[in-house]
Design a protein. Structure first.
Lengths: 111, 115
């Protein structure tokens, strides 16, 4: 089955800096890669996703890049703000019906 | 938030007792999922359903069973709870198959403690 590795497990940045979270996947057939944000005590929520026919996607301060050859994808957050502090999860589709999630990255943005 | 509720939201039980968690949706989505979330492990799929009475196993299905008799309800049962099943359980729904690139919407979660 699909295996998703996520790094780093924790990331501390200063407000205004950029943050990058990286994920690798094992199944070359995977073609959908979402990112979820989970604030403390809350449910995970989708923030951005990318399909394998696209190399990069942006949404305001958030961007995701995909390298199919290397089987890795990354989340980039620019101009970080304290409200970006949360746990971020990457995922890859494991066949038709399901997603496999990474173990998460705790991002702390200090004022 | 999508119309998803989970009950109970918190439960403390003893080892060996049966426990049933309920996920209820008002979105008429076909796919429903049960995940468990543990520190250092992220979200792991327990079971999922692709229609009424149609279910399949996920990555960590041992010790769990599910049932879906109506589109809106997906039940997760721990037949005999163990301390290793202490976790936060999330239900999720999606309109089409989660692997096809359709957003999964998560419920608020149930915190289960097995003593």
């Amino acid at each position: 089955g699909e295996n998703v590795e996520q790094h780093p497990s924790t990331l501390s940045v200063q407000e205004g800096d950029s943050a990058v979270i990286k994920c690798t996947y094992s199944d070359s057939a995977s073609n959908y890669f979402p990112w979820y944000k989970q604030e403390l005590g809350k449910r995970p929520q989708l923030i951005i996703d990318i399909r394998s026919n696209v190399g990069e996607k942006k949404d305001q301060r958030i961007a995701v890049t995909l390298n199919k050859t290397a089987k890795h994808f990354s989340l980039h957050i620019t101009e970080t703000q304290p409200e970006d502090s949360a746990v971020y999860f990457c995922a890859a589709n494991a066949g038709y019906s399901t997603l496999t999630f990474g173990k998460g990255t705790m991002l702390l943005v200090s004022p | 938030d999508a119309g998803i509720t989970q009950s109970p939201r918190h439960k403390v039980t003893e080892t060996g007792t049966p426990v049933t968690l309920r996920c209820h949706q008002t979105e008429n989505h076909r796919y429903m999922y049960w995940y468990r979330q543990d520190p250092g492990h992220g979200l792991r799929l327990i079971h999922y359903s692709y229609g009424v009475k149609d279910t399949d196993k996920g990555e960590v299905s041992d010790g769990y069973s599910v049932s879906r008799s109506k589109t809106e309800d997906f039940l997760l049962t721990l037949e005999s709870a163990t301390s290793s099943q202490t976790s936060v359980y999330f239900c999720a729904i999606s309109e089409v198959a989660g692997g096809l690139g359709n957003e999964q919407f998560f419920g608020p979660g149930t915190r289960l403690t097995v003593l």
